[in-house]
Write a protein that binds this ligand. Sequence first.
Ligand code: ZN
Length: 753
Amino acid sequence: MTPSPIWPVPQQMTLRDDALPLSQAALVVPLRASATDIAPAHLFADMVADDFGLVVPIARGAAPAGRVPIEVRIAGRPGAGRTPADLPGAEGYLLKVTAQGGQILGRDRRGAQYAAATLIQLCQRRGREIVVRGAEIRDWPYKPVRMVHLYLPGPDHLGYARRYLRDFLVRYKYNGLFIELGGGVRLRNRPEIPVAWRRFVEETFAIGDTSPIYGMNRPLGPNRRFPDSVHTHLADGHYIEPDDLRRLFDWAREYDLEPIPEVQGLTHAYYLTAAHPEIAELADAVFPDAYCPSNPESRRILFDVMAEYIDITGCRAVHIGRDEWRAGGLCPVCRERDAGELFAYDALETIQWLKERGVRAWMWGDHLLRKHTATGSTHDDGTILWDYPQTLKAAEIISAAKPDVTILNWSWALGSAEETDEVIAALGFKQIYGNFDGRHFEGWEERSAHPSILGAEVSSWCAWNDFELGMLHYPSALYAANMMWSNQWPTQTDAEEAVARQTPKLRDRMRRSWEKPRLWSEATTGQRKHVVPIRAACNAPAKGETWDLSGLVSGRHRCDGVPFEILDSVRNEGRCSVVVERSHRPTSTYPHASEPIPITARYGSLIFWQVATAQGAETPHVGDGTNFPREAGELLGWYEVLFADGLTRAVEVRYSENVSAWDAGFQLLYYAREARAGEQPDGRPLVIWGLEWTNPRPHIEIESVVLRGAGALPEVRPRGRVSDARAMLLGITAVELPKWEDYRGLALPGLSP
Ligand SMILES: [Zn+2]
C-alpha cells in the first residue's frame, strides 16, 4: 500500500494529477474578513514560510492580478458565501485544489484550521517550485475529543512548546491538551510550593536512580511502601513565571486547542506535601505522595493553588487527577473510615468547589473500577510492599451525586469493554480513553463506537522537550491521531509504515526551531546523498546464530529520497554486514572493533543503516523511570568517527532509541529512519534503522569510521538486567551540506569549493 500523503487519512479524498504552483498563488479571504476569518490563512502562510521559505500573500476579496487564488473561508461568516449541503459538521471542512485555484471551507474555525493543516501536507518541492498537489477532500473528525497529556514545560522550553502546538497538535488535528502543573509555577499566594517542588526534585536527583535496585525510579515510603511516580521532569524540575503560564494557555487558544490544567489532589501530591508535611497521610514518610483527605487543611491548600491556576490560565475546566492512590486510609483518623468514602468525599468536594466557580472537572477513573485499583491489594516481594486502599464504595457515592465530571478511562487494557468502559458508562459518566496507546488497543472500531466514548488522550509522562517526547510521545501520538480523527483505518503494519514516513519530517520540523542544525537528509537535494561502500569491514553473513536476514533485498534502495545499499552476500564471500562483539563478551566469533570503513570526504551527516542482532535490555521509562533519559536505551556500541586531524567523535547505538532487533518490524523510533528492506522468514516486513548523525565538524574531512562494541553495565540498568545484543551495520549513506548552487542554480567559479 502507498501511504496516504495526508495524516491522519482524510475521510474522503481524491488525489488529482495536476498541481498548483505556490509561488504564483495568493490566499484570498472575504473582503471584510475579521481576525477570526484571516487566522486559517495566516496559519497556512506561516507554515509554508517555515517549511519552504516561500511567502504566499494574503489578499481580501480577490487575488491580485496574475495570482492563482486559494480561497480560505469559514462557513456562515460574512462574505463566506453559500454553505454547500455536503459541508461536514463540527470541525469538518471541504478542500479542493486544481492547477487553476484552490478553495478551503471550514464548518467552523477549527474546520478551516484543519483544512490548512491538510493543505500544508499537500505541499511539496518539485525542482525549484513549491506546489500543492491537486486534490478534492471532504473531511471531518471521528471523535470530538482528541487530546494529549503533558507536563508543564520548563523555563527553557517554552519556545519549543509553542511550536509543538502548531507543528504537532494542529498539524495532526488534535484539539486539546491536559497540562499537569504541579508545583511548576511561581505562585504568588503560595510561594512556598514552587520552592519546595524544586527542592523535592533536587533531593530525588541527589538520591540517584533507584531502578537498578528495584526497577522503579522513586524513593520508597515507610516500610518499603510503593509510592506514586514522582513526575520530576515536570517544568524540567524547576518552575516558570505566572505570565509564562498565561502565555502558554493563550498560545493554545490561538489555535483553538483547549488547554486544561491538571492540578493533582489527594494523590501525586508531592508538590503540596513537600511544602506542607503537616497534611501528609503518612507522617513518617520522607517524601509523602498523598495528603490526608480527612484534614481540612489539605483541601484548603489545594484550593488556594487551584484558585491561582484558574486565575492565571482563565481555564473553564480542571483535571483533578486522583489516580493511583497508594497511601490511603492509613493515618489515625482515616484508618477509622472507609477508603472509598474518603476518596469520594475528597473528589466531590473538589468538583463542587470548581462548579461554584463555573469550572468543569475531569478525573482519572481507575478508582471507580474493580478491574483496576478499586479492589485494593497487598503484596510484598521482599523489596517493595505494594499496598492499595479498597475504594469500591467510591463509584457508587460519586455516581449518586451526579457531578459534572468527565472520566479519563486508562483501565482499557486491563479488561474487556464490559469490565471497564461500560462500567463507567453505567455510572452515568462520559469518558475518554486515557494514556491511550493505539498500537496496543484491541477492538478500537467496536469499543470506541460506544456513545459514552468521546475520544482519547495520549500521554507523555516526560519533560516537554524534543528528546523525551521523541522517545515516549511522538510515535504513539502520531499513530493515535489517525484513529481518533479518521474512519479510514489501515492495517497496523500499513499505519506503522505511514507513521514511520512522518517521523523524520516531524523531527526536522521540531529541531529546526530548537536543536539546530536541520536534519540534513531532509534539507538537501537528492544529488547530495551518497552511498558509502562498507565492504572493507564486512565480516558477517545474512544468517547468524541469533538472526536471519536472508530475506534482505540486496542492491540499491531508497527510503523517502534517501538512498542506501544492501550488499549481496553471494557476491561478497557470504558476508553482507559488519558485526562487533560486546566488550563484556569474548571475541571468539566477532571482534570488539570493526575494520575501518574509509569515508575520506566532508559531510554534513552520516546515516548508519543498522539492526541489533537480538533484543536489547529493558529500557526504563524516559520520563518517570530515570534521572538520565539519554542513557535509557542500552548502549550496544558506537561508531567512532575519525577526522583528518586525528580527533574522534562517537555516534551512540542505543537500543530502542535508534535501533531495534532485526525481527522487531516497525517500531516508530523517532531517532532513526525506519526502512523496509526485505521480508522476515515469517513474511513480516524486515525493517532496518537509519541512525542519522549530524556532524558537528562538517568542514573537516572524515577519514574513516570504526564500529565498536560496548560493555554491559548491570549496575546502571533496571533490575541490573543487560543483554548481549550486538550492533550490526548494513550500510552507510553520507549527506553533503547544501551547496550555494542548490539555492541559485548557478556555480560561482572560484567561490564554490
Ligand atoms: Zn488521613
